[in-house]
Design a protein around this ligand. Sequence first.
Ligand code: FE2
Ligand code: FE2
Length: 299
Amino acid sequence: MAKLVTEWVNVTDDVTIISRESGEVWFHKPNAPGAGVDPFAAPMTGKGSLGSTVGLLDGAINLGFLTIEQNRAKTTSTLPGYAVALISAYHTSVDTPRNLRAAAKRFEELGRPEVAAYLELRAREESGHDRLALKDLQALGLPGKKLVDNYVPEGIRKLCRRFDNLCVEDYPIGSIGFSYCLERTAALKQENDIAVVKAMCPDNIDATRFLRSHSALGSEASHVEETIEFVASLPPSDRVEVVRSTYESALVMAAGYNEVLHKSDAELIEALERAANETLHWPEPRRMEGQGGNARSAA
Ligand SMILES: [Fe+2]
Ligand SMILES: [Fe+2]
């Protein structure tokens, strides 16, 4: 019987993520006193597999999000919160095709046409997603263009800056980890999350274009699968860098989203009205009792 693939990546001084093809994942403390020779001290050199690669990538996201565990904001579903989530979604989407194409061009120069082709495909797939968020804002009766032009939540600004920077590095492989982090967390959203938003809006308003396409029901699920397959095919040194970048992106993303979620509706409305330079009028909410979900994180 062929031996199952085991992959590992040391993501911080204290944590190595170890993952098996069978789906087991665990966090290992490198060089623990009295633990003897650490077989995971040196970087991995073997081939990847789908099962072990997804374990590393998702392990990196979970580890990143653990940092806000103590301070995690409660997610409640309100229209101002959803509007800010759409504005955030706009900002995390608007430069994605351009950024991915810059990274693709660099890989072409580096003689890595397979990475360039993957990034080009992703750039095509992501084109126009900013417009979905804008249309959703407009569907809510909000001045979408003025809002996105004049308001970027601070944590989201940091997140966008991180992607801009990763895509222009000399060896921009980290851009893949960033995209994975964003898409994987979006693909966790389910029908219930969409139902929560619909329940907040009158029947004649559809403000869920972005959320639908960036959920388990839309194209995001297949983007995630494509990325896992592609990362698993990369050489070990690239897989290490992608997993580290996924972890670091998850840290910035968790902090950024949490910062928005910690704000009250009054604070959000104030920021939105300042950006729009007008008093905003909201559709009549039709919240249904007992519905949970996380409508705020459209991004
Ligand atoms: Fe997208
Ligand atoms: Fe996507």
